[in-house]
Write a protein that binds this ligand. Sequence first.
Ligand code: ASP
Ligand code: MG
Length: 911
Amino acid sequence: MSNQMPDLQSAASTLALPRLTVPRTVDRSRAHSRMLRPLRVMKFGGTSVGDAACIRKVAEIIHNNFRESDLVIVVSAMAGVTNKLIEAATLAEARNMAQAAQVIDDLRQQHEAAIGTLIHSEAERARVRRSMSGLLEECSRCCESTAVLGELTPRTRDWISSVGERLSVPLVAAALATRGLNSEPIEATELIVTDSFHGAADPKMDLTGTRCEQRLRALVRGGVIPIVTGFIGATEAGVLTTLGRGGSDYSASILGAALKADEVVIWTDVDGMLTADPRLVEGATTIPEISYREASELAYFGAKVLHPKTLRPVMQGGIPVWIRNTFAPEKKGTKITPAGSTSHGGVKALTAVGEAALIRVGGPAVSNAHDVLGRTLATTKAVRADVLLISKSPSRNHIFLVVAASVAQRTVEALRHEFIANVDDGTPDHICVDSTVAILTVVGENLHAVKEIVGRAIDELNRDSVNILAVGQGSSACNVSFVIARKDLRTALITTHNEFERGPSEPPISNRSNGQSFMIPGQSTFASEASREVSEFPRSYRVLASTAPAKARDVEVLDEASFRSMIAHERKRTERSRKPVLLLLLDVGKSLTRDKNGKLLNNVLSALAASTRDTDVTGWYETQSVIGVMFTEIGIEDPGAILGTMMHRVSETLRGNLSLEKFSQVRISLHVFPENWSQEVSEGNPTLYPDLERREKAQRFGLILKRTIDIVGSLAALILLSPLFLLVAVLVKLSSKGPILFQQERLGQFGKTFTFLKFRSMYVNNDPKIHQEFMKRLIGGNHHGQAEGTEDRIYKMTNDPRITRIGHLLRKTSLDELPQFFNVLRGEMSLVGPRPPLAYEWQEYDIWHRRRVLEVKPGITGLWQVSGRSRVDFDDMVRLDLQYVRSWSLWGDLKIILKTPLAVLRSGDAF
Ligand code: ASP
Ligand code: MG
């Protein structure tokens, strides 16, 4: 492909570079510096508001803090309530409305009890009760309609699960009122503007910032304490969304960033982040200070104390986040800061994922093939399995991946389907899984020390005959993980914690990130998908010592080959799942990549990372000049809006990161697959078919030969058959009124239209509807469209009243097809290839059907025609076409050409 950005198709659009305003600078110019009081956003989790007594404690903490700082409060639902709401929704979906109603009634009683204890004024109690009843009634109605439909949409699910937070906020407000504190309950739908990814929405920070300023600032200045529902937000259009389970932490950091707060405090039921799980390791202690990056790693690798996305919004502003215990407010808790501290030799904690599974994809030289890694990742992503570690073995004969045990089965099935059950050739010949393993991860900014500690622990464990199955270093360069049998987890934790307590032997190396470079938001989970490396069966830490040095950059970018194979596989998957994928391309031009220390490129990558989500994959579409991001699993109520949002998000972030000059050199384009959102026939977008381009390159010689044969063959046929042409022309002309040739728009390769030629076999002015209807039934229906109750012949209509008598003869002998040799000569068709479809057929095609046309030039005859023709069903026909494309060879073409006359004679029915 040329270096130019591909032409934009109907579903793609180019960004008109926006006029620039002053680039946004990140200055935390305490907007409230006029005031002496700092601003804190404090979040209280489910257990902190678990019952009336707890809520009183919360009110006390708020009261104490209010003496010294302005406050914005975020609250979760009472403990267990969100689970119950989701249970009710699920019961309703299963049409079990009676039980769903029971669950909702339990919730009513639970909240009723809290209201009774917390609120003393009769009038106030009645008011809160009324609003609670209203909400729960609405919730019941939502469940009822779910039960009627028997379907729970993500949107409804979000709405139902949001009720818990909306019920708990008034309770906290009431508790504050009894202390004489002035508060105002606010639904986060008014404040947090999100995208429309139901169940895991992400905020649009600019809009959120404006709304928070408008709605909250004045309240806070006026001495009122806003109490905001955690966990929820709303799209620009006002549709309620949720941020994901446990998302109230995220709500708090979003509000903190939006208001440029001085601190965010997460009040929970543990003392802070601990050096290890205290239930498993005696002597685990609270970590006083930890870096954003370390904390993110801990959250990712199983420490439940913090929602993994929490730190993203606050990173840019460097706002510290505290984790503190509601039930022991006298303790200091853990402070999460940009740089953390070098205490304890720069090694912070260990964490474990107890329920993990080790999957091995094996086969000759598997780990050498780009394709296998790309396909493996695409497959795990499609089944939403978070890959905790991935490796190629030194022997190159397998790839290891570790996932949570709960997703192991579906991951393995998907992988087997991808590699083994598939007709596509795959090098892996076995995929096996061990679901009885655990991962132990040691986290710390001082990677050297982390490695040393892990190495010592592994030596120790080897001595105790504990088998280490794999070891790996995370791409964020602040953790090392190892895999063991689950039964050994406790021993491993204790042993490792002992080594941890002894500390590293060398003096701590000064902090790598020197407090200036923040971890890129989203990087830790993101990178984990692509690049955690594991080496195999180390007997000692020597293997660790040989682990590749820490990567210099924080964003994982796949190389061109892997990225392109990823695109191809995502696209094929979409053909089956119908979930659209979106490819965003940034043509950064040479000037950015030529920049010596890669700083600008880094800025672009950071910008991208900030505006992408965990499951998106970044890679080189063209090495060192075009960066791509694949967005998969996107919701599609309003594709236009999503395209707009993506463009906006990315360009905004770029604008904030690049100078005007550099920014104007970046070209952005978006490509959507499938391309039929607008329902018009659109041409296939070649950008999304990098695999075809590759194949074309590989087969270039063959293609030239094929074209040569086409030219020679069609010329020869036209000359040799010219008497026959003349005869048929005369017959057609004489038999009925109308032209000799029948011309029709057909779709050629990449959906380009061309005029397809035939001898006319029908009366003119007939109604195309008859055929249209027939095709619709054939493609969309059971694929065994019986033509007017005759035999089970498909595709061709029999007894069509529109056909002339000479037409019948022409069709029977296939002589009507002869003019297509002109199409071949013109290069629109080939002698051999799939039958070219009509535009309206194309519209009825399933997405994967389209490949038959996109992948090759259409032809006069093909595998389908010579293998039983109208007797196979439509899907089979497409499969034959695709098979033809895959296994194309010159010899194969010749065989098909030779078989054609016989097939025509034998069938007695034309194609
Ligand atoms: N209530 C929500 C949940 O249980 C959000 C949260 O507690 O953070 O997932
Ligand atoms: Mg939580």
